[in-house]
Design a protein around this ligand. Structure first.
Ligand SMILES: Nc1ncnc2c1ncn2[C@@H]1O[C@H](COP(=O)(O)OP(=O)(O)O)[C@@H](O)[C@H]1O
Ligand SMILES: CC(C)(COP(=O)(O)O)[C@@H](O)C(=O)NCCC(=O)O
Ligand SMILES: [K+]
Length: 258
């Protein structure tokens, strides 16, 4: 019972093939393509894969990207798949969506929270939970001990922050620098500024959530640039590279399992 999970962010499409659609399924193959290379999937990374029985994805990159992926799936000989995409709802898998308009929440944030809460409950008792996703943009989302999504932050990712500063000034065209506590050149000042802006936002959310819930939150971080943040975080956290896929496996089991 093979399962294809797809996560289309604003920079890259990530995909993973599993031998089953339940948490803990074995990873058979995985990969990532920049969005401009979606058309390579069918004849490239996906060629030779076993035909998946089910597919579930989340997409925040717009309908055009989704349609281009449908075209790739159609090109796969022997695949007979109905592509299904996550739509954030009011409640799923023990998580309650507190957004003013639940549908407007990014599908990737919804899936990540569901994956993170499932992961936490596998490890021990329920606690407040923060999911941090460091991709094109950075999102910092808060769940209380009962699984209510209380709300979250959206901030620019490293790349967007740098490009915005480069574009809006005359003197900030410099190579990437290092993260320093007291940067003494422009490159280090920009790199450190972006990194601590993100780390500071997570710290604030940690304070807000621990005050709100009277308990120490668990913090789970993911996303293509999560590793860049690791040395600069102020609180304990777990890096989970497959967080979105884990969330999709939880949702897939609810849809097709049993
Ligand atoms: N090998 C890599 N390829 C692409 N982006 C990378 C890579 N390593 C780190 N990054 C960083 O990760 C970000 C993209 O992360 P990703 O999780 O793919 O974003 P999204 O989900 O928004 O597409 C980029 O902004 C880039 O700074
Ligand atoms: C915040 C995001 C742009 C993050 O995108 P990403 O960095 O993963 O490409 C995405 O989750 C999104 O478009 N959200 C919709 C708006 C919202 O969540 O409020
Ligand atoms: K993402």
């Amino acid at each position: 019972m093979t399962f294809l999970a797809i996560d289309i962010g604003n920079t890259r499409l990530k995909w993973a093939m599993y031998d089953d659609f339940r948490p803990g399924a074995a990873l058979l193959a995985h990969g990532a393509e920049f969005l401009e290379h979606i058309e390579r999937l069918a004849e490239g990374a996906w060629a030779g894969l076993p035909a998946p029985d089910h597919m579930l994805g989340c997409v925040v990159a717009g309908d055009a990207a989704k349609r281009r992926v449908h075209d790739q799936i159609e090109m796969m000989l022997g695949w007979n798949l109905e592509p299904l995409w996550v739509v954030p709802s009011a409640q799923e898998a023990g998580v309650v969506n507190g957004y003013d308009y639940p549908l407007r929440l990014g599908a990737d944030r919804w899936v990540a929270m569901i994956g993170a809460r499932h992961h936490m409950l596998q490890q021990g008792p329920a606690r407040p939970l923060i999911t941090v996703m460091v991709g094109t943009a950075v999102t910092v989302d808060a769940l209380d001990t009962e699984g209510n999504f209380l709300g979250g932050l959206i901030i620019p990712g490293h790349g967007i922050m740098l490009r915005a500063l480069e574009g809006g000034t005359a003197g900030l065209h410099v190579p990437t620098g290092d993260v320093q506590r007291f940067p003494k050149n422009t490159s280090d000042a920009l790199t450190s500024g972006g990194t601590y802006a993100i780390a500071g936002a997570v710290e604030r959310m940690y304070q807000h959530l621990s005050e709100q819930c009277n308990a120490e939150p668990m913090c789970i971080m993911a996303g293509g640039a999560g590793w860049k943040m690791s040395p600069s975080m102020t609180r304990p956290f777990q890096l989970m590279n497959n967080l979105i896929f884990d969330g999709l496996l939880v949702m897939a089991q609810k849809r097709w399992g049993q």
